[in-house]
Design a protein. Structure first.
Length: 232
């Protein structure tokens, strides 16, 4: 017959081993784990269907409205990256939406109080379905800063919304080197270590002939689970 103290120690050891197996299981079964991209608020100027033209698949050039006599004002930039889940697997068929202000800092939203002029040649929002490798791309312009209540200014940024897994990821991308970054009310609420994932340095667009002003912004979304739009 086992002594009560011995049985207790054996029980504790068995429980400890079982607990270790539980914590180790995700890495053994699922492999690598990628951290979800830091989330940010959607903000008041999300471009819903009432405020914008009817969405089109891969409507990813915001610099030119079909039939317009010229392109939008501002510095042309390119955005691109890969959408993955937290198992680091590419997510095919995810809808990546972006919306932003024009070069003057104005949104094409009915509730935007900014008195800056609107750009009638800028599209303001776009959509893209990720490819087999979970990649997306956009051509747009570098947005301008704009005032917010309290006498503050929002640093230039682009809103992202990714729909594929549950929950939906909403975040914002910022530009490295912007003086207003250190004072931005929303970016300032993100931990310094996480800010590095939202603030992007410019590079050269992959596969291009040396075009600069490319911003690579990878996005990790969702949780362990399934997507109706992803293969496998």
């Amino acid at each position: 017959m086992f002594h009560r103290g011995q049985l207790s120690r054996r029980t504790m050891l068995r429980n400890a081993l079982a607990a270790g197996a539980v914590f180790a299981a995700p890495n053994i079964v699922r492999g690598a784990v990628c951290d979800v991209t830091p989330k940010q608020v959607e903000g008041p100027f999300y471009m819903n269907d009432y405020d914008r033209k009817a969405p089109m698949v891969n409507n990813n050039d915001l610099t030119q409205i079909p039939g317009a006599e010229r392109a939008a004002d501002g510095e042309v930039i390119y955005l691109g990256g890969q959408v993955t889940d937290i198992e680091c697997k590419p997510v095919k068929g995810a809808t990546v939406e972006i919306w932003q202000s024009c070069v003057t800092g104005r949104y094409a939203h009915l509730r935007d109080p900014n008195p800056a002029p609107i750009d009638p040649y800028f599209r303001y929002s776009g959509e893209f379905l990720t490819d087999e490798e979970g990649r997306y791309s956009f051509k747009t312009i570098r947005p301008g800063p704009y005032p917010i209540p309290g006498g503050m200014m929002r640093t230039p940024h682009i809103h992202f919304r990714v729909v594929a897994l549950n929950p939906v990821l909403t975040t914002q991308m910022y530009f490295a080197g912007e003086p207003l970054n250190d004072k931005d009310i929303l970016l300032g609420h993100v931990a310094k270590a996480e800010q590095k994932r939202l603030v992007v340095e410019p590079s050269t667009r992959p596969g291009s002939y040396g075009e600069e002003n490319y911003y690579a912004f990878d996005l990790t979304i969702g949780s362990f689970g399934f997507s109706l739009q992803r293969d496998g």
